[in-house]
Design a protein around this ligand. Sequence first.
Ligand code: ATP
Ligand code: MG
Length: 140
Amino acid sequence: MAMQRTFSIIKPDATRRNLTGAINAMLEGAGLRIVAQKRIRMTQEQAEGFYGVHKERPFFNDLVTFMTSGPVVVQVLEGEDAVVKNREVMGATNPVEAAEGTIRKTHAENIEANSVHGSDSPENAEIEINFFFDEDEIVG
Ligand code: ATP
Ligand code: MG
């Protein structure tokens, strides 16, 4: 498996509890390199655009409110099979169902405030990276 990039967000529930470093250590421990990272306050427009695939879902408005409720850390992660590797270390969407030792099992508050986002395919990773980063901000 070749080197791959994926996109990650440390969500507002985690930044509020000062867990950026703890989560980064788990990402790095899983063999992922943080090759770009910035702490931002997502605008309503960014959150609605980023989660546009979910706009018909009943939780969409709450999700946008949550994602704009505090700072987030947007990241580009690099490694072998990075998309799958990141989804593994993140754990299931609902922390009750997440495996032991995953970020969501360890840190998530609930199914919405679940501490991290990770791209679900290489195609979406590229779209999501380009949504938040210019190529010259990514230093491998
Ligand atoms: P993410 O896309 O954030 O990495 P995911 O791929 O595991 O998470 P999705 O189904 O894409 O899960 O949902 C996107 C986000 O919407 C979830 O991470 C969570 O914050 C929120 N969410 C998903 N399902 C629910 C739900 N049933 N109730 C409330 N919020 C939800
Ligand atoms: Mg998703």
